[in-house]
Design a protein around this ligand. Structure first.
Ligand SMILES: *[C@@H]1O[C@H](CO)[C@@H](O)[C@H](O)[C@H]1NC(C)=O
Length: 226
């Protein structure tokens, strides 16, 4: 796969990783940063407008650096930035950012990659499911966490079984642009095998179909990861 495609799809994948992170926020502790400025953000009323601007800029910088994969391996979104992340993920800016990434991928296809006439059936595309094809934002809305706490897998799986995840904006369009070029689509998810029928139903209801394979997490793989 061409590097620029890698980079384009990377953005839409990275946008997602804000919510499903698995990291240590140690190096990104705003409390330390604010302490060095001589104030305590934990005392209500002490945060001046200057500091809250500072916090907003800090959180925006944190979010941006997660998306470009400079910051990796965080367990949770830093507590001070949860509402910032929530605002972003539920904003039209998020949708615009995904749309920009999708447009760039499609433009790239038009210029050099496998155009419909050139495809040999040997090309493949891999999509993750959660927050790439299906949005978990409604789950986060109903639980109010937005990455501020580790995902509770029991609760999350209960939500998955409801098959109510909407598509990530603009991703149905990208998915079918790719599928219609004869590129084989593989879906890979950390969702477990016993969630297969819920996942398939949800994907189809959201507008995705015609993939070559949906690879879910087997028990042994999970054991290896935990
Ligand atoms: C996860 O959610 C379930 C169901 O609401 C609850 O019983 C359980 O205690 C939660 N687990 C953790 C680690 O919070």
């Amino acid at each position: 796969m061409d590097r620029s495609i890698d980079r384009s799809i990377f953005l839409s994948l990275a946008l997602a990783s804000l919510l499903v992170g698995v990291v240590s926020a140690r190096d990104w502790n705003i409390l330390n940063q604010l302490k060095s400025l001589g104030s305590s953000p934990s005392q209500p009323g002490l945060v001046t407008s200057g500091l809250s601007t500072n916090l907003k800029r800090y959180c925006e910088s944190w979010r941006f650096n997660v998306e470009v994969h400079n910051i990796r391996n965080f367990d949770v979104v830093p507590q001070e930035c949860v509402s910032h992340v929530q605002n972003y993920m539920t904003s039209s800016q998020y949708e615009d950012d995904v749309e920009r990434a999708v447009d760039e991928v499609i433009l790239h296809f038009g210029s050099m990659c496998c155009s419909k006439s050139k495809c040999d059936g040997m090309d493949a595309w891999i999509f993750d499911v959660d927050d790439t094809l299906l949005s978990t934002i409604p789950y986060h809305k109903s639980n109010g966490f937005f990455g501020g706490e580790k995902l509770n897998s029991t609760k999350f799986e209960d939500w998955v079984r409801k098959r109510k995840a909407p598509p990530v904006p603009h991703m149905v369009k990208l998915y079918h642009e790719i599928r219609e070029r004869g590129i084989k689509i593989f879906l890979i998810s950390s969702r477990k095998e016993y969630l297969r029928s819920a996942t398939v139903d949800n994907l189809i209801q959201a507008g995705y179909y015609g993939w070559s394979n949906l690879i879910l997490s087997s028990y042994s793989l999970l054991d290896a990861l935990s």
